[in-house]
Design a protein around this ligand. Sequence first.
Ligand code: 13P
Length: 245
Amino acid sequence: MRKPIIAGNWKMFKLISDAVAAATALKPLVANANHCEVVIAPPFTALKAVADRLEGSNIHVSAQDLAPEIKHGAHTGEVCGDMIKDAGCSHVIIGHSERRAMYGDTDAVVNRKIRAALHFGLTPIVCIGETLDERDAGNAEKVVATQLAQSLAELTASEVIRIVLAYEPVWAIGTGRTATPEQAQQMHAFIRQWIAQQFDATAASDLRILYGGSVKPENISDLMRAADIDGALVGGASLEAESFS
Ligand code: 13P
């Protein structure tokens, strides 16, 4: 059985004090949430303070990115996976569409970052998803398959099982326009089938695939009913403890 994951991506929001306050508010609200894993991804500056505050709780802390390098060195502005672990994180988001669109994270970079995360024992939450133009042109599955092939290139099935995928159609992020549960389910089933073909049936059936894109308290139940949706990567609605919980 795949245990669902509900992850909150705080993006570039919250100063340290706000992040600690939000984490503190969330803690009692999800203390009994044994049916899913809860993950929050504050900005880098707040990771340590949030992780310290959540120590001993059932909330995991994630970074939003990491360096593709595994050795410390002259890489100004980058944060190494072991530094992220050192700050108290267990997860790291990789290849978010905002990083792909604005900061040059190609599939090849995503592949290196996944390897770096696995090297340091972090769980990568790897984002994939098509743009509206790509969907309208009928290429959504082709785009996602290419992202998967290049991002997961030369990984083994046992490495793939340690990854969490997040299908985030770019047109649904921050737009209020959620994919319907049917649209999301169709793509999730496609992704699982692709993993079965390229890796193996066990990797495919164990792999958790989250949906992201305008997930809100009002639509999460319908999305979670879909057979191949194993959780959510929530942006805007994760910033406030009450709506996230
Ligand atoms: P929204 O939930 O704000 O649409 O953001 C989704 C997202 O990008 C999560 O990574």
